[in-house]
Design a protein around this ligand. Structure first.
Ligand code: ZN
Length: 303
C-alpha cells in the first residue's frame, strides 16, 4: 500500500464551534512521510502542529492540539474523515483557533477531500498492527483493542434518555465506502441544559441546531429530526476514528467500546503507546520523501 495525499489544494469556510467566528480552512497536498500537519496562518509566525497524540492539549468536549501558545480545537471530525479516506499526508491551514464545525458531522470534510481528489505517492505506507489485546475500564465504561485484519469496531452507548437509550453498532469495518455510507453524516449531539451552561460560560458560541443535535429532557429539538435513529452511536464511532487517527498511521485491530468518549479514546491511544510489546509497525520504518512535482507547500516542512 502506498501513501496518499490529496491531488490539489481546496478550501472551505465555516464557523468555529466555540468562538462562533468565521474560519477559513485550506487543505494542501503534502510530501510523503510528512503526515498530517495543522498550521495556524493567522499568527505573526505560522505555527505548525502535528496531528499526533503528543500534540493533544485537551480532550474536554472536543480534541485540541497545540504547540506553545498556539492551539487548534475541534480537530476530530476532520481527522476522522482524512483517516477513513486513507489520506496519510496533508497540510491543514486554518486562520483561527478552531477547525470549522460545518454541520457537526464529517460529511462536509469527506466532500472536500473527494472534490480535491486523492493522489497515491511513491512511498510505502506504515501501519500499526495490534498483536495483543489492551483494555481500559472506568466504572461501567470500557474500551479495548485486540488483533484483527483491517480496522473494525463494536460500539455501544447507553443514555437514560428517551431519544437515545441503548444503541449498538456492531461489526463496523472501516473503509471509505462504509464510512461515507454509515458514519460520515452522523452529527455531534448535546443536551439543552448542558448547551445552556456552555453558553453562559462563553463556550459553544457557534453551537446551534444547524450543527448539533440538541435534546431537551424528552426529545430531539432539531426540526428535521435525526439522520438515522441511531445517529448517536454512529457519531461516537466517527469520533473514535478521529481520535485513533492521532496514532499517526492506519491500524490493524478491532475495537470494542461501551459508553466511551474522547477521554477514554485518548486513554486507549496512550495505553497503546505505553505498551510497545502489544503491536508492531509494518512497512518502511524510514519513509522515503516523495519527489512528485506539484507537492510543494508555501512554507517549508522540516525534514
Ligand atoms: Zn464528535
Amino acid at each position: 500500500m502506498s501513501q496518499r495525499t490529496i491531488a490539489e489544494k481546496i478550501s472551505c469556510t465555516g464557523i468555529g464551534l466555540h468562538s462562533g467566528a468565521p474560519v477559513q480552512l485550506t487543505l494542501h497536498p503534502a510530501r510523503a512521510g510528512t503526515g498530517v500537519t495543522f498550521v495556524r496562518t493567522d499568527l505573526a509566525h505560522p505555527v505548525e502542529i502535528p496531528a499526533r497524540h503528543d500534540a493533544v492539549t485537551s480532550t474536554n468536549l472536543a480534541t485540541t492540539v497545540g504547540r506553545g501558545d498556539a492551539t487548534i480545537g475541534t480537530v476530530e471530525h476532520l481527522l476522522s474523515a482524512l483517516f477513513a479516506l486513507g489520506i496519510d499526508n496533508v497540510r491543514i491551514e486554518v486562520d483561527g483557533p478552531e477547525i470549522p464545525v460545518m454541520d457537526g458531522s464529517a460529511g462536509p470534510f469527506v466532500y472536500l477531500i473527494r472534490t480535491a481528489g486523492r493522489f497515491d505517492q511513491r512511498s510505502e505506507r506504515r501501519t500499526l498492527r495490534i498483536t495483543q489485546p489492551l483494555e481500559i475500564r472506568d466504572g461501567d465504561r470500557h474500551i479495548c483493542i485486540e488483533p484483527g485484519e483491517g480496522f473494525s469496531v463494536d460500539y455501544a452507548v447507553d443514555f437514560s434518555h428517551p431519544a437515545i437509550g441503548r444503541q449498538e453498532l456492531n461489526g463496523f469495518v472501516l473503509n471509505d465506502v462504509n464510512y461515507e455510507r454509515e458514519l460520515a453524516r452522523a452529527r455531534t449531539f448535546g443536551f439543552l441544559r448542558d448547551v445552556e451552561a456552555l453558553w453562559r460560560a462563553g463556550l459553544a458560541q457557534g453551537g446551534n441546531l444547524t450543527n448539533t443535535v440538541v435534546m431537551d429532557d424528552e426529545r430531539v429539538l432539531n426540526e428535521a429530526g435525526l439522520r438515522w435513529s441511531d445517529e448517536f452511536v454512529r457519531h461516537k464511532v466517527l469520533d473514535l476514528v478521529g481520535d485513533l487517527a492521532l496514532l499517526g498511521m492506519p491500524i490493524h485491530g478491532h475495537v470494542t467500546a461501551c459508553r466511551a468518549g474522547h477521554a477514554l479514546h485518548q486513554a486507549l491511544v496512550q495505553k497503546i503507546l505505553a505498551t510497545p510489546e502489544a503491536w508492531v509497525v509494518e512497512g518502511l520504518l524510514a519513509p522515503i520523501p516523495d519527489t512528485a512535482e506539484g507537492l510543494t507547500s508555501p512554507i517549508a516542512i522540516p525534514a
